[in-house]
Design a protein around this ligand. Structure first.
Ligand code: ADP
Ligand code: MG
Length: 264
């Protein structure tokens, strides 16, 4: 178990990035094993507040596990993850709910509640977790549905929506608590090709609006055109990090080169 959660050690990590911007998420020597199988190996990573980071790499390389650990959908085996300089190991109950309020998560398979319409899917957390009055929560939810272009689908159930529409509802739901950070796990991988664009458009509008975005994606166009930085993973390690232009035109690591030859 990580032990360095004292006030002293967190102060050490509260220094700003060289460019003066605060750090939103920091991995310090993070490892993760499932039983005997180590899937994340000593990862160090710092994401600046407001930054858009694309995480790419082959299937099974640990991308989902990496981002799921940030909001504790997976536990760490060792190391530490700091969110806005605060250590997050050992959080539970109210503190964990608080952390998740600040970190939205968008899943590959949308994970909407089938028995709730779009509006209630988006407003539910405000009512159940934050004690908002339903009428106010629905007001806020309808603003978010409008933001993702679904004002006219508020009373549709997930089964009545296309995949692209469902994923946009899921993004609205992830944003309803005004998170400072939003994590996407292959948000377009379950979509028919003709629906990918509408979801990427919503993500593009969100990028550089102040929110910190970490996006696991196989959409190389998104990584190239929208991300500030590309992180390449393989075998549970970060093998390369670079600005998109450098990564796509002159990848350094042989495995990054091989990966790009396959996907581009
Ligand atoms: P990626 O998202 O890059 O495809 P994952 O993070 O999903 O990779 O998985 C990394 C490795 O961890 C894979 O070998 C996968 O089989 C394994 N893994 C992921 N989740 C679990 C789990 N809950 N139990 C056991 N092994 C898992
Ligand atoms: Mg994955």
């Amino acid at each position: 178990q990580p032990s360095s959660t004292t006030a002293d050690s967190s102060a050490v990590f509260s220094y700003p990035q060289p460019d003066g911007k605060p750090v939103a998420v920091e991995f310090r020597q993070v490892s993760k094993s499932f039983g005997p199988h180590q899937v994340i190996r000593n990862v160090d990573l710092r994401v600046t507040a407001g930054e858009v980071v694309a995480v790419c790499g082959p299937s099974g390389s640990g991308k989902s596990t990496l981002i799921r650990m940030i909001n504790h959908l997976e536990t760490l085996t060792s190391g530490e993850i700091l969110v806005h300089t605060q250590p997050t190991s050992g959080l539970s109950g109210k503190a964990l709910r608080e952390l998740r309020t600040h970190i939205g998560f968008v899943f590959q398979q949308f994970n909407l509640y089938a028995h709730l319409d779009a509006l209630d899917n988006v407003s539910l957390a405000l009512v159940k977790v934050h004690g908002w009055k339903p009428v106010q929560a629905r007001q806020k939810a309808s603003e978010l549905l409008e933001r993702v272009g679904l004002a006219d689908r508020a009373h549709h159930f997930p089964s009545q929506l296309s995949g692209g529409q469902q994923q946009r509802v899921a993004i609205a739901r992830a944003l309803v608590t005004d998170p400072k950070i939003i994590l996407f796990d292959e948000p377009t991988s379950a979509l028919d090709p003709e629906m990918i664009g509408e979801v990427l458009q919503v993500m593009q509008a969100l990028a550089h609006s102040g929110i910190t975005m970490i996006v696991v994606t196989h959409e190389m166009s998104f990584a190239r055109e929208i991300a500030d930085r590309v992180v390449f993973m393989d075998g549970g390690e970060i093998l390369e990090q670079a600005d998109p232009e450098s990564f796509f035109t002159r990848p350094v690591h042989p495995r990054a080169q091989r990966f790009l030859q396959k996907v581009l």
